[in-house]
Design a protein around this ligand. Structure first.
Ligand code: NAP
Length: 283
């Protein structure tokens, strides 16, 4: 069998960001106000600082204003909730990104729920999860949303397919499975307690790897012709799928880096502009 086609997330993300920038420019011209994403960071975890900086830089290139709120590491849940409620009520802010993970002393769920659903452009609230699960309009978690855009761009219709999602985190695995289910895939979730991961993966027409374990999924377990989406990102730029063996069996596969990663920020920017457009329509 020939090698899989590569799903190029970098190129698709670039196109999405270009389209998003056009929409942002148009909205700014019409309303006199640029779309605005508020980024909230608690503490100074170096990886989180880098992620927020990257997101803010990408906002700038797309004509989206970013307003950064840096809170000290000792911020309490109540203080954080207060800040998020203020941003939720501020008409000049259209989207809110709360960088996580946060310190263990913070009630992450209470913080997420302080974000108004119409500004939840990172798709972290219960309300967003519900609309996502029902296939209704609303904001999706950015990485799973980016995965669905990749599948669509490569004409992969999940309907009727067996999809196996490895990982069930609230921001990635679980919503990825719900989005696939909403598009009529038959979805199986695997996780750390799954007794025979290989057997489950071998059944999959679509594999979504969202684990955080380098090269956990081997080519020998990929059904010939399957679509392989690797959301994992591990030290040394390595995914959760053993790319070299999987590329020999899959029909389509995402590389790491350059697959799912760039789609996450593109989805965040796109949803921020959508939030701003909706706010402008509602006056
Ligand atoms: P997470 O919260 O640590 O969740 C990992 C999931 O994998 C859990 O559901 C866990 O099961 C499951 N798991 C762990 N070991 C397993 C095993 N041996 N077999 C099967 N399942 C196993 O991680 P996450 O935040 O979802 O991130 C997952 C990966 O995606 C990481 O590499 C991360 O860097 C990457 N990621 C990438 C992006 C992007 O933009 N590209 C965004 C977010 C995350 P339990 O639930 O049973 O513990």
């Amino acid at each position: 069998m020939s090698q899989a086609r590569i799903m190029d997330g970098t190129a698709l993300a670039r196109r999405i960001v270009e389209e998003t920038a056009e929409r942002a420019a148009d909205l700014t011209a019409r309303t006199g106000r640029a779309p605005c994403l508020a980024t909230v960071l608690v503490g100074e975890d170096p990886a989180s600082v880098t992620y927020v900086r990257m997101k803010r830089n990408r906002c700038r290139t797309a004509g989206i204003e970013s307003r950064h709120v840096a809170l000290p590491g000792a911020t309490t849940t109540e203080q954080l909730v207060g800040t998020l409620r203020e941003l939720s009520a501020d008409p000049t802010v259209h989207g809110i990104l709360l960088q996580h993970p946060m310190g263990a002393h913070i009630d992450e769920r209470a913080a997420f729920e302080a974000i108004a659903p119409e500004k939840d452009v990172d798709g972290v609230t219960f309300a967003s999860f519900a609309t996502m699960s029902f296939g209704l309009p609303g904001f999706v978690s950015c990485t799973p949303g980016g995965i669905m855009r990749l599948l669509d761009a490569y004409d992969v219709d999940p309907a009727g397919k067996r999809a196996v999602v490895v990982g069930r985190s609230a921001i990635l695995g679980k919503p990825a499975g719900m989005l696939l289910l909403a598009r009529d895939a038959t979805v199986t979730y695997c996780h750390s307690r799954t007794s025979d991961l290989s057997a489950a993966v071998r059944e999959a027409d679509i594999v979504v790897a969202a684990v955080g374990r380098p090269r956990l999924i081997r080519g020998q377990d990929i059904k010939p012709g399957a679509v392989v989406v690797d959301a994992g990102y591990n030290e040394g730029n390595v995914g959760d799928v053993d790319f070299d063996s999987a590329v020999e069996r899959a029909s389509l596969i995402t590389p790491v880096p350059g697959g799912v990663g760039p789609m996450t920020i593109a989805t965040l920017l796109e949803q921020t502009v959508t939030a701003a457009e909706t706010a402008a329509q509602q006056g």
